[in-house]
Structures are given as C-alpha cells and as structure tokens.
Design a protein around this ligand. Structure first.
Ligand code: FAD
Length: 408
C-alpha cells in the first residue's frame, strides 16, 4: 500500500500449462501445494504441475479456523500428527515465509470425572509415545490461565478441568498456501490456476490424460488432493464409490477486539462442538459442527449461526454483545472412521490424498511430505501404510474422529 502497489513482483509465475508433466497434482490447496514442494525439494522431481480450478488457497485451505495440534492417541495418527507439528515448528524457516505459527496452547475443556479420566489416559499415552507437552489441568490452573470462561457451578456443563497441549496453536492459513506456492514455484513447479479437471481418460489400468478447462494434459503420475471434491474426481476416473462423504463445515469471525483470549479453547458437551481463538487482527475466530446433510455448497446458513452462538454464550458469556463480521463454509471430505487416506489406488499411476475430515490444516506439512514420498517411490512408507482404502476391508479402522472434547 505504501508503495502505491507499484513495482511488486509476482510471488510465483503464471505459466501456460504444458502438454505433458511427470507428475500432475489436482488441487491447489495446502495438501496439493505441499506435495508439489516436497516432490521437488526432497525427491528432486522438476516437471510437476499443480492444477487448481479456482485460485490457490480458495478452498478449505483459506476457510479453516487454523488450529494446529498433535494430540492424537491412536497408533498411526499420533506419529503422523506429531511429525506434522514438528514440520510446522520449522515451516517459516523452511519456506522463508512467515506463516505466523503461534504455539499458544490448545485447551480442551473437561466437564465430568469420566471425561478427565479418559483425557488422562489419552494424554498419558501421548506423553509416553513422543508428544511430551500434553497435560491435564485442574480447575485452579485453568482459571489462572483463562479467567473469563463460564465457571458457574450451576452451568449446564460445569467446567472441571482441561486437557492441554502447549505446543499446539494457530497459523495464518493464506500464508501457508502462499509460502508453499512460492517455494514450489522457485523449484520449477508450474502452479496453474483457473484450470479445472473435468474429464479423465483411462487405458490399460492407468490414467492416460486429463481433460481440463485449459486443454488436454498427459502425465506420468496423477495425484488427487481435492478435499471435498474427492468423490467427484473419483467418479470422473470411473472408480465408483469411496468411503467419503462431503459435508459443509462453517466458520465465523467477529469484529476485532482488544486482546481477550491467548489460547485455543475447545468445548464439546451435550452434542455441542465449539472452538475459538483470537486472530492477530483481534477477530474472534470460531466454529462448530458439520451441517449434517451432504453438500458441495461453500455457503453458510442461519441454523448453524444459532447453534454456534449458543455454544459460544455457554462457554464465553462475555462475547454476548460482540458483532459477527463474516461467516462462510468449506466442504470437508469426511471418511467413515475419521482418519485420512494417503495411498495408491486401483489405477497404476493414480495416487489419493483425502479424508481429512475436520482436521487437515494441521496435517498439511506431513500430508505433503508423505504423499510426495508415496508418489516418488511408488510404495507406502510405514508412516502411511495403515492409511489406505483397504482398511475397511481388513476391518482395521483408525477410529479417531477429528472432533470432540479433546479435539478440533
Ligand atoms: P482445499 O483447500 O479444499 O484444496 C482442494 C482444492 O482442489 C481446492 O482449491 C479446489 O478448488 C480444488 N479442486 C477441486 N476440484 C477440482 C478440479 N476438478 N480441478 C482442479 N481443482 C479442483 N483443519 C484443521 O486442522 N484445523 C482447523 O481448525 C480446521 N478448521 C476448519 C474449518 C472449516 C470451516 C473448514 C471448512 C475446514 C477446517 N479444517 C481444519 C480442515 C482443513 O481446512 C482441510 O482438511 C484442509 O484444508 C484440506 O486440504 P486442502 O487444503 O488441500 O483442501
């Protein structure tokens, strides 16, 4: 602004699509961009394109509530998310781009002795398996840290304590998309926006070409990272049905306030689900649960406004007169056990990254890292081997819904 916006250089190129790439990644969200970056950086591939139907970061990447944590308890998930958190801790340096990663603590409120016991079991498991910063706080410690929660003893769900991960926090989601894009572009990756894949040609058990709004593109390998649109692309490839449903998830931001909340606070009782933090601009950023019907619409609606406002008032009554500034929705790819897919597919040269449910923002660095590893080496590393489509056939689900009292 101070320069009159003159002389600013592009952060990444705006290339015309080539007729052929070694790897084409469909989806210019965080997972697609991170995958392209690690394919180039860690595996030395150069002839890569990311095809995005709109603008990069215009999907869930730029619509989430930016919570990053690694407090998962299931084997498989806990190693994966801890690896992701470690990548977050160095991401601004790695990309030479300030992603504003703020490790301000994630505080999940607990409302019954049973919830405290269950959280203690999970958090002790995490401490023993490589995530040392997980703690259970009693009420007096919680009150000192967050004095203005609703501690009324006659509240519908009185607060009894909290499960806390101290290295968890938030990041600026747009900056993550831009940082990965700039870094990938610098390594030669073509980021092609306004390029929608709307047809897929197959032959000999492989994808032979992608029909796009900017012409036909052939590729040695094709990778889907399209989040809420996964089932559409899967059907386009003639592969039938997936264990994924697409649902809307809405989020909200208030008018800017003076500093009010230093942490991420999460509440999940009585069917409610609510999480809140304060952005660096002062807006209270918060969200709730899914719209329980399936949809591809990226629009909010009023019943969820009421639902989330009620939860907000029960946890932080001091928000009562705050004005809502904006409200929006993304389309999330809900898997049937709450866990993701990074895997090969029935087609030889097609790779799948999907099923991120409520929680793929925090996963972005590790998702890109391990998806790139899969694509480059054509075999799943042990870190992602359990996260395939066949786990439902095997009956080995990774049942950790990415939402709830100790989550989001
Ligand atoms: P996206 O950004 O959705 O990327 C997919 C891209 O594919 C899109 O840009 C889309 O335009 C493109 N695409 C689709 N079809 C085509 C096509 N045919 N051709 C070309 N391109 C195509 N996670 C957390 O960890 N913490 C949170 O606090 C959190 N809060 C959330 C709040 C909301 C309201 C929402 C909606 C999600 C939230 N998430 C959160 C989840 C997280 O945002 C997603 O899991 C993650 O962003 C998904 O990966 P992505 O960034 O690659 O997806």
């Amino acid at each position: 602004g101070m320069t009159g916006q003159k002389g600013w250089s592009r952060q990444w190129r705006d290339p015309e699509p080539k007729a052929h790439y070694d790897v084409v990644i469909v989806g210019g969200g965080l997972h697609g961009l991170a995958t392209a970056y690690y394919l180039a950086k860690a595996h030395g591939l150069r002839n890569i394109a990311v095809l995005e139907k709109g603008w990069i970061g215009g999907g869930n990447a730029g619509r989430n509530t930016t919570i990053v944590r690694s407090n998962y308890a299931q084997p498989g998930n806990r190693e994966f998310y801890e690896h992701s958190l470690q990548l977050w801790e160095n991401l601004s340096h790695e990309l030479n781009y300030n992603v504003m990663f703020s490790q301000r603590s994630h505080i999940a409120l607990l409302h019954s002795p049973g919830a405290i016991d269950a959280a203690a079991r999970n958090y002790n498991t995490m401490r023993l398996t490589g995530t040392p910063d997980t703690e259970i706080w009693d009420l007096s410690k919680l009150k000192r840290a967050v004095p203005h929660l609703n501690y009324a003893p006659d509240a519908r769900f009185p607060i009894m304590g909290a499960a806390v991960q101290k290295r968890a926090g938030t990041a600026r989601h747009d900056a993550v998309a831009w940082g990965y894009a700039r870094a990938a572009d610098a390594l030669g990756v073509d980021i092609i926006q306004n390029c929608k894949v709307d047809g897929i040609a197959r032959g000999g058990g492989r994808i032979t070409a992608l029909e796009t709004s900017r012409g036909r593109i052939t590729a040695g390998k094709v990778a889907f990272a399209v989040a809420g649109s996964t089932s559409l692309l899967w059907q386009m490839a003639g592969l039938g049905r997936l264990p994924i449903e697409s649902h809307k998830l809405q989020a909200f931001v208030s008018e800017p306030l003076k500093p009010l909340l230093d942490q991420v606070v999460v509440f999940g009782m009585g069917g409610a689900h609510f999480y809140i933090s304060q952005s660096d601009k002062g807006g209270m950023v918060f969200g709730g649960d899914l719209d329980w019907y399936k949809s591809y619409a990226q629009r909010g609606n009023l019943p969820i406004v009421q639902d989330v406002a009620e939860a907000a008032m029960s946890v932080l009554p001091c928000l009562g007169r705050v004005k809502l500034l904006r409200h929006w929705s993304g389309v999330v790819d809900m898997s049937m056990d709450g866990s993701h897919f990074i895997c090969k597919t029935p087609l030889d040269n097609l790779y799948l990254n999907a099923g991120w449910n409520y929680g793929g923002f925090k996963a972005s660095p590790a998702s890109g890292w391990w998806f790139a590893d899969l694509i480059a080496n054509d075999r799943p590393a042990p870190m992602i081997a359990p996260f395939d489509l066949k786990r439902f056939e095997r009956g080995v689900q990774i049942d950790e819904r990415g939402a709830g009292p100790d989550c989001k």
